[in-house]
Design a protein around this ligand. Structure first.
Ligand SMILES: Nc1ncnc2c1ncn2[C@@H]1O[C@H](COP(=O)(O)OP(=O)(O)OP(=O)(O)O)[C@@H](O)[C@H]1O
Length: 262
């Protein structure tokens, strides 16, 4: 298995919304590679194109221009597909197998229990989930006592954890997460970020995290900064460097311009 070969290569992506005076260039010539088995955090002010980029890279949206090549591993073989040229059906299939997306707005089915929501993607794609793995994920996310509840009987943070459990259970090769800890308190957010870290370090998953929170981004390996639909900076080895330009706020909490603008 070639760990060095990027799992996704995107070239010259452009995407616009609206027409005439209302036209917005959400992505303006974006090229990037996502190295396999690493965690890339994407930061940028509100409206800079982060979610649009995540939607294009995960196959939820087709970019107006540019190409996205996905190099997935099906069983032991590597497979290269041009995501940006696939039909809606084929992209949906890929999303059920190789790609997992954790949405900002949970996307839970209101009439299904927590347990059934978590098991739904597996049932749809006819993939077997062991009870052991189910228990492991739901316990790690503190959901064991909530399995019979309906989504509207949960807090926002609990609903977010259900959405995360649903994705983690499918064990996707690439996980895209859009502000997954935004509605969680610090402690629950840390649990989720630690779980992500384990999935990258111990199981070789590739993770893309969109966040306004520098502390969350710092759990990752790489940082991509966006502004006005463009990538303005890529730090390939985040290490401690990222903290340097931003002084700790009173109380020792790190701040970032992105967080303030976002
Ligand atoms: N469905 C849409 N229709 C019209 N304009 C859109 C749509 N989706 C996004 N945009 C516009 O595209 C630009 C990029 O939006 P996007 O949601 O990708 O930014 P973002 O960096 O994720 O923002 P945030 O941090 O607030 O979630 C913004 O100007 C936004 O208003």
């Amino acid at each position: 298995m070639n760990q060095q070969y990027p799992v996704i290569t995107a070239e010259h992506l452009r995407h616009t919304f609206g027409r005439g005076e209302a036209r917005v260039a959400a992505l303006d010539d974006v090229s990037l590679e996502l190295p396999r088995g690493r965690w890339t955090s994407i930061m940028g002010p509100s409206g800079s194109g982060k979610t649009t980029l995540l939607h294009c890279l995960s196959g939820l949206e087709v970019p107006g221009a540019g190409s996205i090549v996905l190099n997935t591993r099906s069983r032991s073989a590597e497979r290269e597909v041009k995501l940006s040229s696939l039909s809606e059906n084929s992209r949906a299939k890929l999303r059920r197998s190789a790609i997992g997306v954790i949405f900002q707005d949970f996307n839970l089915v209101p009439v299904l229990s927590v347990k059934d929501n978590i098991l739904l993607p597996g049932r749809l794609s006819r993939r077997r989930v062991t009870t052991e793995r189910f228990n492991e994920v739901t316990e790690q996310l503190g959901l064991s006592k909530r399995l019979r509840h309906l989504p509207d009987q949960l807090s926002g943070g609990q609903r977010q954890r259900v959405a995360i459990a649903r994705t983690l259970l499918m064990n996707p090769e690439i996980i895209f997460a859009d502000e997954p800890t935004g509605s969680l308190d610090t402690e629950s957010g840390e649990v989720v970020l630690d779980l992500f870290r384990k999935m990258v370090d111990e199981q070789g998953h590739t993770l893309v995290l969109v966040t306004h929170d520098l502390a969350a981004a710092q759990h990752g390996d790489r940082l991509v900064r966006m502004r006005d639909g463009r990538i303005i900076e890529t730090l390939d080895d985040m290490g401690q460097n990222i903290a340097v330009p931003h002084a700790p706020a009173p109380g020792g909490k790190l701040t970032s311009p992105d967080h303030l603008e976002g």
